[in-house]
Design a protein around this ligand. Structure first.
Ligand code: SF4
Length: 622
C-alpha cells in the first residue's frame, strides 16, 4: 500500500497550532505521513482562525491556489478545520466548491475516517458537533525518536469559553467550557517531560477557570475562585523533572489570591503572566462585558507581583472599541503605565460576525483608531525597552530553545552549535535571550546561567557564565533533554530489561554501580553506523550528574517498528563528591529524593541547585 500524505496549513493562535499537532498525530496513527508541500499531499487541511478580520477571504484565497491541483488530481481531499469551519459549517461547502470536508475543533478525532470516506467517493460533508455531553480531549503522543519533541510543549487543560466578551467569536466557535480531568493533564505533562520537553505551557481559553471535582475544593467561596491553583500544585508535585511551567491565557476574573499564592510557592512556575486587560476604562470594560473593572484588574496584577517581585506582565488591548472616547483611551494609557506591562498585543477594533458588539455602532473613525494604536504601541515599546535595559548586568537562567531564529533561520532546528552559533532561549520572566555559544556545545533544552551583557530592541544578549560553560554538554554528550528521551524510549520499546536504581548505594564514598541507560532506537541494524549513532547518546555525565567512569554501547535485544535496531547503553557512574569538603548539592538533592522514594531529580540541568520540587514528590508517585 502506498503511503498517504497530508499537509496541514495552520492559521491563527496557539490553540490552532495545538489542534494541528493533534490532527497530525491522529493521521499518523492511521498510517499517514507528512508531505513536504501541498503538491505532494493526498490530503490538505486548512486549520482556520476567525479572530482576525477577513478570515474567510484569506481561506478562500488559499483554497483558490489549490484549484489547479484539485483539477489535476481530483482524488486529493481538501478539508477546512478550526473556527471558520465551526462557524460556517455546510455553508462553506456551498461557497467553496473545491472543499470536500468541513470539520470542527471537537471532531478532529474523526478526521481519518471522514477522509477515507471522501477518498471512497462520499459526497462533501460537514462535521461540526460540539461534544458537550461527553467531552473528548485528544491526548498528545510525544515520540522521543521523532525529532518532534519541542523544548516547550503545549498541554490542553480545557476547551470552550463561558464568558461572553462582546467582541469575541470564541464562545460561538469553541462552545461552552469543558475541562479535561486533572489526572489526564498531569499524565500528559509527564509524557512530554519523559520524551524530552523541559517546559510545558498549559492551554485554555480561560485557563484559570479550571475545575475538576477530584481536586481539592476552591480555596474560598469567592465565585471567581477556581481549582486552577490546585492543578498547578498537582503538576509541580507529580512531575518534579519539569523545569518550567507556564499557562495561557488566564482571565483576570480568576487571578485570585490563591493563584498569587501558587506563584509565591511554586518555583516551577514562570515569573511571567499574560493577563489580557483589553481596556483601562470602566465604561468600555462594561461594554466589552469583561466582568472586572479597572481597580480590580490593577489589584490582581499587583497581587501577582507581590507574590513574585520580579514577575513581568504582558497583555492584550483593543483600541477604538465602539463608544471609546479620548478620555477612555487615556484611561487605557494610564493603566498600561500603572501596571508596567513589558509587552502587549494591541489591535484596532473591527466588528466580527456573530458577536454582540456587531450591534454597537463602530463609531470610532479608522484614522483615530490608528493614531491611538500608534500611541499605545509606542508606550509599550518604551516600557519594554526600559525593562530590558534594567536587566543589563544581571544574571539569569535561560532555558535554551535552539539556534537563534533571528540570526540563522536556516539553523533554527539544529541542536548542536557546530562551528559556534547564536542560541536563543527565554528567562523565567519570558525575556528572549540570545547567547553566543562556542563550537560543539549542545545547550538546547538546557537551563543555562548567563550574564546579561546587552539589551536589544526586543531581546537581550547574554554570555554563558564560566560555570555554565564548564557544565555545558558537548556534542555527542547526553543532554538533559536527551537523557529524558533515553529514559522514555524503553517504555516505547516495551522492553522490560532495565536495571533499576542506577547510581544507588549508601553514602558518598566511592561506589561504582551501573545505570542502564535504556535502549535507543537507531535506524540501522548495521553494526558500525549503529554503534556510532548509539555513541552519540553517550557522554561524560551520568543521567544523575555524577562522574562516568565507563560507558558502553552494544546491540540490544529488541527491534523498533521492525526496521530499527535497538542499542543498549550502559553507564558506570562513580557517586562521590566532586569537592573534597563534602558532597555536592546535587548529590545531596539526589539522595534526599531517593530516600523519600521519589523519582530522582535531573541534576544535569542545574547541577548546583537542588531540585526545589523534589522534596514535594511523594513516594510511589510517577
Ligand atoms: S474570555 Fe472573552 S475574549 Fe477570551 S475567549 Fe472567552 S469570550 Fe473570548
Amino acid at each position: 500500500m502506498t503511503t498517504r500524505r497530508y499537509f496541514v496549513h495552520t492559521f491563527g493562535c496557539q490553540m490552532n497550532v495545538h489542534d494541528s499537532d493533534r490532527m497530525e498525530e491522529v493521521l499518523r496513527a492511521f498510517g499517514w505521513s507528512a508531505a513536504a508541500t501541498t503538491e505532494d499531499a493526498d490530503l490538505v487541511v486548512f486549520n482556520t482562525c476567525s479572530v482576525r478580520e477577513k478570515a474567510e477571504q484569506k481561506l478562500r484565497s488559499e483554497v483558490g491556489k489549490l484549484a489547479p491541483l484539485k483539477r489535476a488530481r481530483p482524488d486529493v481531499v481538501l478539508a477546512v478545520a478550526g473556527c471558520v469551519a465551526q462557524q460556517e459549517g455546510e455553508k462553506l461547502l456551498q461557497r467553496m466548491p473545491y472543499v470536500d470536508l468541513v470539520i470542527g475543533p471537537d471532531n478532529i478525532g474523526e478526521l481519518p475516517a471522514l477522509v477515507e470516506g471522501q477518498r471512497a467517493g462520499a459526497l462533501p460533508a460537514a462535521r461540526t458537533v460540539f461534544d458537550v455531553d461527553a467531552p473528548r480531549f485528544l491526548a498528545a503522543a510525544p515520540d522521543p525518536g521523532s525529532g518532534r519533541v519541542p523544548v516547550s510543549a503545549y498541554v490542553t487543560t480545557m476547551k470552550g469559553c463561558d464568558e461572553r466578551c462582546s467582541f469575541c467569536i470564541v464562545p460561538t466557535t469553541r462552545g461552552p467550557e469543558r475541562y479535561r480531568p486533572a489526572r489526564d493533564v498531569v499524565a500528559e505533562v509527564a509524557r512530554w517531560v519523559d520524551a524530552g520537553a523541559r517546559e510545558v505551557v498549559l492551554l485554555g481559553q480561560t485557563v484559570d477557570s479550571f475545575r475538576d471535582p477530584e481536586l481539592p475544593p476552591p480555596e474560598s467561596d469567592d465565585p471567581d475562585e477556581s481549582q486552577f491553583p490546585a492543578l498547578l500544585r498537582l503538576i509541580a508535585r507529580d512531575v518534579p523533572r519539569l523545569v518550567r511551567l507556564r499557562y495561557t491565557s488566564p482571565h483576570p476574573r480568576h487571578a485570585t489570591a490563591s493563584l498569587a499564592r501558587a506563584h509565591a510557592e511554586l518555583d516551577v512556575l514562570a515569573h511571567h503572566v499574560h493577563l489580557p486587560v483589553q481596556s483601562g476604562s470602566d465604561r468600555i470594560l462594561r461594554r466589552m462585558i469583561r466582568r472586572y473593572n479597572r481597580a480590580e484588574y490593577i489589584q490582581r496584577a499587583a497581587r501577582l507581583r507581590a507574590a513574585r517581585p520580579d514577575l513581568t506582565l504582558s497583555t492584550d488591548v483593543i483600541v477604538g472599541f465602539p463608544g471609546e472616547t479620548d478620555a477612555d483611551f487615556e484611561e487605557t494609557l494610564s493603566l498600561v503605565r500603572e501596571v508596567g506591562f513589558v509587552q502587549a498585543f494591541a489591535f484596532k477594533f473591527s466588528p466580527r460576525p456573530s458577536t454582540p458588539a456587531l450591534k454597537l455602532a463602530d463609531d470610532v473613525p479608522d484614522d483615530v483608531k490608528s493614531e491611538r494604536l500608534a500611541r499605545l504601541l509606542a508606550l509599550i515599546e518604551a516600557q519594554g525597552r526600559a525593562h530590558l535595559a534594567r536587566l543589563v548586568g544581571t544574571r539569569a537562567t535561560v532555558l535554551v530553545e535552539g539556534a537563534s531564529k533571528a540570526s540563522r533561520p536556516d539553523r533554527a532546528n539544529e541542536r548542536t552549535t557546530e562551528g559556534g552559533a547564536t542560541l536563543q532561549g527565554r528567562t523565567e520572566r519570558n525575556e528572549i535571550v540570545h547567547i553566543e555559544a562556542p563550537a560543539g556545545v549542545e545547550l538546547t533544552g538546557e537551563a543555562a546561567e548567563v550574564d546579561i551583557v546587552r539589551a536589544n530592541k526586543h531581546s537581550l544578549a547574554g554570555a554563558l557564565t564560566e560555570a555554565a560553560l564548564a557544565r555545558a554538554p558537548r556534542a555527542g554528550a547526553v543532554t538533559s533533554a536527551r537523557r529524558a528521551a533515553v529514559r522514555a524510549l524503553p517504555v516505547l520499546l516495551a522492553l522490560a530489561s532495565l536495571v533499576a536504581g542506577g547510581c544507588a548505594g549508601a553514602g558518598y564514598k566511592v561506589v561504582k554501580t551501573s545505570w542502564n541507560g535504556g535502549e535507543v532506537a537507531i535506524p540501522s541494524k548495521d553494526d558500525a553506523p549503529g554503534r556510532a549513532k548509539a555513541e552519540k547518546y553517550m557522554g561524560d555525565q551520568c543521567p544523575h550528574g555524577f562522574d562516568v567512569v565507563r560507558e558502553e554501547a552494544e546491540p540490544g535485544a529488541g527491534t523498533f517498528r521492525g526496521s530499527e535496531a535497538s542499542w543498549r547503553i550502559t553507564y558506570e557512574c562513580r557517586k562521590e563528591p566532586i569537592k573534597e569538603d563534602g558532597p555536592s548539592p546535587k548529590a545531596i538533592a539526589f539522595d534526599r529524593a531517593l530516600e523519600a522514594g521519589a523519582d530522582v531529580p535531573d541534576a544535569g540541568a542545574d547541577a548546583d541547585k537542588p531540585d526545589p520540587n523534589a522534596k514535594k514528590a511523594k513516594p510511589g508517585k510517577k
